[in-house]
Design a protein around this ligand. Structure first.
Ligand code: DX5
Ligand code: ZN
Length: 221
């Protein structure tokens, strides 16, 4: 299984967004991870449809859109029109999760569900067969640059077991505090896709850092 690097644009230089996207187009990044926050589900506000549309115009990679918003079902069509390829909603924000997942897929996007650090993997037992992706939060959502929560390894292993036992094809993605220090151990636990924000964008050469992370994953399958 190919391992995926998904830089989070939350930590990029928004004043130079076009050149950041061009750098990512040229890089070994697989997806671009876009964090949408509404100031209600999480204590922070980021950006919405106009910025996603702009990114979509320039980006040559899959747009992996992570919704940290309440009632995300209100905006499924808008996110599709803005250019989302993968749309991930939070388990904690969806009363009718099954319906929401069906609607995301009906619009032609891949459907993901994200779990906060306190939410057990077992809540996905009845829906895992319908999912394309599960995003395990390895920090509390809301901000970049936080410390990785060690309990994540256990949750990834539990999720891997659930996926294997159910015959689901869902990918496992991890988001928050991912760096060269933990990416190999996460990969061994079963993670397919790695979101990294501050680690990449605070480095001297984000493009090289992405390549280095990729190589680290290749050297220890
Ligand atoms: C946090 C966001 C993350 C964030 C990760 O709520 O979902 O995608 O950008 O940033 P780092 O890699 O800095 O923890
Ligand atoms: Zn995210």
């Amino acid at each position: 299984m190919k391992k995926i690097i998904a830089p989070s644009l939350l930590s990029c230089d928004f004043a130079n967004l076009q050149s950041e996207i061009e750098m990512l187009n040229e890089s070994d990044a697989d997806w671009l991870h876009l964090d949408i926050m509404d100031g209600v589900f999480v204590p922070n506000i980021t950006f919405g449809m106009p910025i996603i549309s702009f990114i979509n115009k320039h980006a040559k990679k899959t747009l992996d859109v992570h919704l940290m918003i309440v009632q995300p079902e209100r905006y499924i069509t808008s996110f599709k029109e803005a250019g989302a390829d993968i749309l991930t909603v939070h388990y904690e924000a969806c009363t009718h999760l099954h319906r929401t997942i069906q609607e995301i897929k009906a619009k032609g996007m891949k459907a993901g569900v994200s779990l906060n650090p306190h939410t057990p993997v077992s809540v996905l037992e009845e829906i895992i067969g319908n999912l394309d992706l599960v995003l395990i939060m390895s920090v509390n959502p809301g901000f970049g640059g936080q410390s990785f929560i060690e309990n994540t390894y256990k949750k990834v292993k539990q999720l891997k077991k659930l996926i294997n036992n159910s015959g689901s094809t869902a990918l496992i993605e991890v988001d928050g505090g991912v760096s060269n220090k933990n990416i190999e151990k996460l990969s061994q636990a079963g993670v397919d896709a790695f979101v990294t924000g501050s680690y990449i964008f605070s480095s001297d050469s984000p493009k090289q850092t992405i390549t280095d992370l990729k190589n680290q994953l290749l050297s220890r399958k």
